[in-house]
Design a protein around this ligand. Structure first.
Ligand SMILES: [Zn+2]
Length: 533
């Protein structure tokens, strides 16, 4: 057998179906199109896009998406076996599945005897007929059929003979895949491995795995199933799903492909893993879990001084993989404990000739000490630090000049807005004055500044604030209470943090806002310059 073929794992993403059942998630048709395109670009084999029988909105999506030319993904419509006591053809769920017009359908059926008798209240024999006949019906329509064996592991534990009979019925109906579902999410890896091995030995059809994360082991369980013979892994790209979520596919893909030599997506797409996660989170209106394995912003963030020292000498001393392999970045966090080395490494990036004892390094250390004394802290605000170094080395040219700004607070508030801001800036000799209203003075100022700058830099339209934190800092001077404002911004692809300190909260916010914008513009220029090389 071809080595590549035997190492191929088909990834089945259910963000739009199982993921849509997560608390707080509601996808519009447009959202679903965006996620479908992103998963297709990444090279995901199957995209389960909805349950047309239970959700009429899903049918509208299938109509739209059937017009898209997908490069690598096959769309899947999801639905149940026919109900008890009706023929397949007259079952309304089955009709809706046909209307979705996908080449692949995923049919779920009961495999746990208790569910058959107590939940859907039919006989064990009728349930087997429901499975076999429904699958045979779709095979006769020329479709690829994936059988989702619901509660398979619980069913196997309760009555292994019946659970296996359910799979036999699916295979007799012609199912291309038998997917073992760990629906309640409480199983252990050793159990999954043992049962999957038995199934893989017993059946001709290909085996898949579908795990939920109620015990915090969905990823481990999925990987154990693959090692036991499963060649399809179902989950959701960033792990969203009902209750505690589904198996996180971004983690599974990275683990299987980088650590176990399986091929889940094309090798040249591995570097898109991080970017895709951010896009899926954004469209899902969720803040990313920044501690997520491989793809989180903190996944390769080093803070301890000795750790930083180690990574600088040999990166794998404190890193399990090179972050670039998944499109992530190594970060050295600025903090009292991280020491001089971090600063030197950042300086070196801009001027390789600099070292620990260069006068520029010494001066920067002095300047930093002074700023920290004033209340600055750069952890979480590395972009401000980055700009600071450029300014220090004379490698920085401001993108605009502030002439002045003015803020008016309105009392009582008029509906949502209670402040307005006027900003006057100058870009290369041209003045621009704008006014904006906002929910609070900082919001009004942010809007007015962007409005003015977008005239010159339209790329700023993609930038938005994802977090805004204010902290009162007590400096040793006690010359007055100061505030530190930390801002986190995003353009949908990356996130960056900036900081401002002042006795005036508006001014502190302004400093952080300006840094955020200048950093984005600077990165754009650098990206373009790189593209020319
Ligand atoms: Zn599920």
């Amino acid at each position: 057998m071809n080595v590549d073929l035997c190492n191929k794992i088909e990834i089945f993403d259910s963000t739009l179906r199982d993921g849509a059942q997560a608390e707080g998630i509601s996808y519009s048709v447009e959202d679903k199109i965006k996620i479908t395109k992103a998963l297709d670009a990444l090279g995901i084999t199957y995209i389960e896009a909805g349950n047309p029988g239970s959700n009429p909105k899903d049918l509208a999506f299938f109509e739209r998406v059937n017009g898209l030319k997908l490069r690598s993904s096959r769309l899947v419509a999801f639905g149940s076996t026919r109900r008890a006591g009706v023929t397949v053809a007259e079952d309304s769920n089955v009709q809706s599945l046909l209307e979705a017009k996908t080449n692949v359908v995923a049919i779920f059926g009961k495999t746990w005897d208790f569910h058959v008798e107590e939940i859907i209240k039919t006989t064990l024999e009728e349930n087997l007929r429901m499975i076999q006949e429904t699958i045979a019906f779709f095979k006769n329509q020329g479709k690829e059929v994936i059988f989702d064996a619901e509660h398979f592991f619980d069913g196997y534990r309760a009555n292994s003979q019946y659970a296996l009979q359910a799979l036999q019925a699916a295979e007799a109906g012609g199912a291309d895949w038998l997917v073992l579902c760990e629906t309640n999410g409480g199983a252990f890896p050793s159990e999954i491995a043992e049962i999957t091995k038995i199934v893989a030995k017993t059946f001709q059809a290909k085996i898949g795995i579908h795990c939920h994360n109620d015990g915090g082991m969905a990823v481990a369980n999925s990987i154990m199933a693959v090692e036991a013979g499963a060649t399809q892994v179902q989950g959701t790209y960033i792990g969203v799903g009902e209750r505690c979520g589904n198996a996180n596919l971004s983690t599974i893909i990275a683990n299987l492909q980088l650590k176990r030599g399986f091929q889940c997506i094309p090798e040249n797409q591995m570097q898109s893993l991080t970017r895709t996660a951010r896009l899926v989170a954004e469209v899902s209106n969720l803040s990313m879990n920044e501690r997520e394995a491989y793809i989180g912003h903190s996944a390769f963030a080093h803070k301890g001084g000795m750790h930083i020292d180690g990574v600088m000498k040999v990166t794998h001393s404190f890193e399990h993989i090179d972050p670039e392999r998944v499109g992530n970045q190594r970060r050295y966090l600025m903090s009292e404990v991280s020491g001089k080395n971090t600063i030197v490494s950042k300086l070196k990036r801009l001027n390789p000739a600099l070292h620990k004892n260069s006068p520029e390094t010494q001066q920067l250390m002095e300047r930093l000490k002074k700023m920290e004394h004033e209340g600055y802290q750069f952890e979480g605000a590395e972009s401000t630090f980055d700009l600071l170094i450029r300014k220090h080395l004379g490698k920085y040219k401001p993108f605009f000049e502030l002439k002045h700004y003015k803020i008016i607070g309105e009392q009582p508030p008029l509906g949502e807005t209670n402040s307005s801001a006027m900003v006057k800036i100058n870009v290369e000799g041209r003045d621009e004055i704008t006014v904006a209203e906002g929910n609070g003075p900082v919001n009004a100022l942010d809007k007015a500044l962007r409005k003015a700058l977008e005239v010159f830099y339209p790329q700023l339209k993609q930038v938005y604030l994802t977090d805004y934190k204010v902290r009162v800092v007590n400096t040793e001077d006690a010359t007055g209470a100061k505030v530190r404002v930390l801002i986190e911004s995003s353009d949908g692809q990356s996130v960056w943090g900036t900081v401002g300190v002042s006795t005036d909260i508006i001014e502190a916010s302004w400093i952080a806002l300006v840094d955020s914008i200048e950093y984005k513009l600077l990165k754009e220029i650098e990206k373009k310059a790189k593209a020319y090389i």
